[in-house]
Design a binder for this molecule. Structure first.
Ligand SMILES: Cc1ncc(C[n+]2csc(CCOP(=O)(O)OP(=O)(O)O)c2C)c(N)n1
Ligand code: SF4
Length: 275
């Protein structure tokens, strides 16, 4: 095994994921990012909710918390607020992060604690067999949308920006090196960083939507992802017509105080007798 994976993965493989699942690519990108950052794994905390993607914390060899569905950010907030020295990462599925955990998501974005949120968007509730989520594209099928979803879906990048996140990016599992670099950049940002990862679930999404082969799903990402710079040369109509997914860093704002720092200043002011 690659020594980086030997260092950052627990010795408890095989994993539970189906063949062709995208979650392993995200987990490997995370391990490579930890290696690039030269983080001591004892100072890293990885938190997740419930779902196939949330199983990542079971395989990573650092401090890990596998919590309740939709509540990863609530637990991570507690960890980071009580122990700011920990480098904190949160893994969430699209159902976990944008449906049951949607309220936690928007408030974590505005609070700006220094943590990195990796939201793995496979468009579906994978673990429970394919119910549609707030990130299922319009018209696509799931067990609870057998004729195609008629709910418009969220744009996580825009939602995170609108809610106040200070670093917002999108990557995908085909471009694994870019994904590693985005995780590194997110971790280096002081404040909350949100990275949406376009992933694949051949079993609970691909089969219902007539793209059951993992390779076809991966090639779709290869052909339909485009950098922010290249996308700027196309019209919004062209991007929509070609179903392009824009990737890269969309937003970084270093002017907003990180939450723990703001809190410490407030304590100093109040307890130190200042105004
Ligand atoms: C409070 C609660 N509600 C529902 C469930 C059942 N449940 C487990 S995983 C899951 C959905 C997972 O989908 P997603 O978050 O998109 O992750 P994926 O499995 O696709 O990675 C649901 C509804 C649960 N475990 N707890
Ligand atoms: S159901 Fe989908 S998300 Fe879950 S392990 Fe299988 S391929 Fe991956």
């Amino acid at each position: 095994m690659n020594p980086i994976y030997q260092e950052y993965f627990r010795d408890n493989l095989p994993h539970i994921w189906c063949s062709g699942c995208g979650n392993g690519i995200v987990m490997s990108a995370f391990a490579r990012a930890m290696d690039k950052l030269q983080y001591n794994k004892d100072e890293v905390v990885a938190v997740s909710g419930i779902g196939c993607s949330s199983r990542i914390t079971g395989y990573l060899d650092c401090n890990t918390l596998h919590t309740a569905h939709g509540r990863a950010l609530a637990f991570a907030t507690g960890v980071k607020f009580s122990s700011p020295e920990f480098k904190t990462f949160v893994f969430m599925g699209d159902g976990d992060g944008s449906a049951i955990g949607g309220n936690h998501f928007i408030h974590a974005c505005r609070r700006n604690l220094d943590m990195t949120v990796i939201l793995i968007n496979n468009h579906i509730y994978g673990m429970t067999g394919g119910q549609f989520s707030p990130l299922t594209p319009y018209g696509k099928k799931g067990t609870t949308a057998p004729y195609g979803s008629v709910d418009p879906c969220f744009d996580i990048v825009e939602l995170a920006k609108g809610a106040g996140a200070t670093f917002v990016a999108r990557g995908d599992i085909y471009h694994a090196k870019q994904l590693t670099d985005l995780i590194v950049a997110g971790a280096q940002h002081k404040g909350i960083s949100v990275i949406e990862v376009m992933a694949i679930c051949p079993i609970s999404y691909g089969r219902y939507n007539k793209i059951p082969k993992p390779i076809d799903m991966i090639n779709y990402l290869k052909d339909h992802t485009i950098s922010i710079a290249r996308a700027a040369k196309m019209t919004p109509e062209e991007l929509k017509e070609k179903d392009m997914i824009i990737t890269g860093v969309f937003h970084e704002d270093n002017s907003v105080p990180e939450y723990n720092e703001g809190y410490a200043k407030m304590c100093e002011r109040v307890l130190g007798g200042g105004k």
